[in-house]
Write a protein that binds this ligand. Structure first.
Ligand SMILES: NC(=O)c1ccc[n+]([C@@H]2O[C@H](COP(=O)([O-])OP(=O)(O)OC[C@H]3O[C@@H](n4cnc5c(N)ncnc54)[C@H](OP(=O)(O)O)[C@@H]3O)[C@@H](O)[C@H]2O)c1
Length: 269
C-alpha cells in the first residue's frame, strides 16, 4: 500500500457489504485511504470506494483465523493505522443442539477471537504512536439471552463488555475505543445466519446500514464509549436491563425460532 502522507489510513473488516461497506464509504468521504477485508470478493466495494478518491487495498481472508488477520495487517506494509473498524461478524440461527460445531466455532472465532486479536495487534501500534481510533461493532443482542441464536448473542455480550473495558484501559494513551451496538439492520446478516424464515429476518422496519454506520462513525469521532443506533433500540436495551432473563430468552425465541416468520408478534432484539 503506497504511503500517502495526506490521507490517514483506515482499516475496515467486513467491508464487502452492509454496515462495514457503509463505514468504509464514510471513511473515504472523510479523507481516509482504505484497507478493506472480507471473506468474499471485494472488487465491487473497491471500485465504489476508489471513486471517492481513496487509495484502496483489499484483502480476502477468513478473519476467524489468526493467519487471516495477519494477512490483513501485512497489507498495511507498516503504514500507521489511524482508524480501525473491527466490524466483521456473523450470526448462526437454529437451536444450539442442532448446529454443526464447526459453524459454532466459526462464529466465536470471527466475532470474538479474530476481532480481539486484530484489536490487540492494531491497538499496540496505536498506543506506541500515542494516537488512533478503534470502532468495534458489537450489538444490542449482547444484552439479551439469544434463544435460537444463543452463541451469537453470547459473542456480542463479550464484545460489548470487552470494548468498554479496553476503552478504560487505554484512557490517557491517545487511543480511543468506541462500541457500535446496532439493532436489527437491513443487511445480508440474516441470510448468512440461515434465519430468513424467522420473524426478525422478516421484520419490515429494519434499520438502514448507512444510518447505523453514521451513528458509529460519529460516535467514534466524538470519542464516545458506545452508541446504540436508534431510539427504539435504546429503549429495548433499557428494558433488557430490568426484565428477568427467562422473559428475555422467551421473547428472543418468538422472533428467532426457525419458522417463526408466520406469527405477527412485535420483535425484541
Ligand atoms: N444486521 C444486523 O441486524 C446486525 C445487528 C447488530 C450487529 N450486527 C453486526 O454488524 C456487523 C456487520 O454485519 P452486517 O449486518 O453488515 O452483515 P453483512 O452484510 O453480512 O456483513 C458482514 C461482513 O463481515 C464479513 N465477514 C463475516 N465473517 C467473516 C470472516 N470470518 N472473515 C472475513 N469476513 C467476514 C462479511 O464478509 P462476506 O459477506 O464477504 O462473507 C461481510 O463483509 C457484524 O459484526 C454483525 O454481527 C449486525
Amino acid at each position: 500500500m503506497q504511503p500517502n502522507d495526506i490521507r490517514p489510513l483506515a482499516v475496515v473488516t467486513g467491508a464487502s457489504s452492509g454496515i462495514g461497506f457503509q463505514l468504509a464509504l464514510l471513511a473515504a468521504r472523510r479523507g481516509h485511504d482504505l484497507l478493506i477485508g472480507a471473506d468474499e470478493p471485494l472488487e465491487q466495494a473497491e471500485t465504489e470506494l476508489r471513486v471517492l478518491g481513496a487509495n484502496v487495498a483489499a484483502v480476502r481472508a477468513d478473519f476467524a483465523t489468526r493467519d487471516g488477520v495477519d494477512t490483513l495487517l501485512a497489507a498495511t506494509e507498516g503504514r500507521p493505522i489511524a482508524a480501525l473498524f473491527a466490524n466483521a461478524g456473523h450470526g448462526l440461527g437454529h437451536g444450539f443442539l442442532d448446529q454443526d460445531f464447526h459453524d459454532v466455532q466459526h462464529v466465536i472465532n470471527t466475532n470474538i477471537t479474530g476481532t480481539i486479536y486484530l484489536v490487540q495487534c492494531v491497538g499496540r501500534g496505536m498506543r506506541e504512536a500515542g494516537q488512533g481510533r478503534i470502532l468495534i461493532t458489537g450489538s444490542i443482542a449482547g444484552f439479551q439471552p439469544g434463544s435460537f441464536q444463543a452463541v451469537y448473542n453470547g459473542s456480542k455480550a463479550f464484545i460489548d463488555s470487552f470494548a468498554m473495558a479496553l476503552r478504560n484501559e487505554l484512557k490517557g494513551t491517545g487511543v480511543s475505543v468506541t462500541c457500535l451496538m446496532p439493532g436489527v439492520t437491513d443487511t445480508h446478516f440474516f441470510a448468512r445466519a440461515d434465519m430468513l424464515d424467522t420473524r426478525v429476518a422478516q421484520q419490515s422496519d429494519k434499520a438502514d446500514p448507512a444510518e447505523v454506520a453514521r451513528a458509529g462513525f460519529e460516535a467514534m469521532m466524538r470519542d464516545e464509549s458506545g452508541v446504540i443506533a436508534g431510539w427504539r433500540n435504546k429503549m429495548q436495551v433499557a428494558l433488557s436491563r430490568v426484565m428477568p432473563a427467562p422473559r428475555l430468552a422467551e421473547q428472543h425465541r418468538r422472533i428467532a425460532e426457525p419458522g417463526s416468520a408466520e406469527q405477527q408478534a412485535r420483535p425484541f432484539v
